[in-house]
Design a protein around this ligand. Sequence first.
Ligand code: 3HC
Length: 241
Amino acid sequence: KLSTTASRNNAVKYLTVIGGGLMGSGIAQVAAQTGHQVILVDQSEDILSKSRANIQKSLQRVIKKKFAEDPKGGEAFLSDTMDRITTQTDAAASVHTIFTSNTSSIPIGDIAVSTQRQDRFGGLHFFNPVPMMKLLEDTPGFIVNRLLVPYMVEAVRLVERGDASTKDVDTAMKLGAGYPMGPFELCDYVGLDTMKFILDGWSKNYPDNPLFQPSELLNKLVSEGKLGAKTGEGFYKYEKK
Ligand code: 3HC
């Protein structure tokens, strides 16, 4: 076991997050909040300025709670955290860098074969919204998505069969199981494109598992560009922010 000083010396201090979308900006935010120097990378300055704006918005929500009685402390927390995040469009990483992927469904071993740094490669699976969700998975089986995605797709199949409406299912799961969101609210929150991507990968790799079969309704909504809250419509309609 490493001594405290040694652990501190060996701790990760610098992080490069590739992708400034929903998950990437959340990961960059929590890393910066916990004192890490972060470089956030995406394809254009336009995307990166949106990522910074989203991080700032999320930090304001954290501050409202954590610094309710200390506005000066809140301001310092905001500027210190934002100062730790720089952005760039170049994703080059030095050879000693430990490379981890936030993939939600692709087995990490399948990605690892294409890297030359297999001793410095792994999976770190965060959950949306990253600043609120306390779990971080590094197990090969992805416990949460293995249970959560079939559950959400089973809810879609229930509606496809005409057994209940989306609203009924959501109300039932919130009131009957105490979930903060029903499965359709959660599908829209996660993104129907992400759901489809996960399901397509699994049904290709495990064609005999009935839980992983494609869903016509999900495919239809995705083909119409109805990807959930982020596009203004998925199973439900949302007001554009
Ligand atoms: N940043 C900072 N704070 C946030 C936030 C964000 N992005 N989102 C929510 N919050 C805070 C709010 O400010 C609020 O704070 P308060 O209690 O001081 O007012 C608190 O969280 C609660 O938010 P709301 O009142 O707006 O709404 P809820 O009580 O419904 O909470 C929720 C929102 C935390 C998103 C909750 O509904 C929830 O836990 N939903 C389930 C989320 C879930 O299951 N995520 C996993 C998805 S699967 C996944 O990500 C894996 C991937 O691979 C597919």
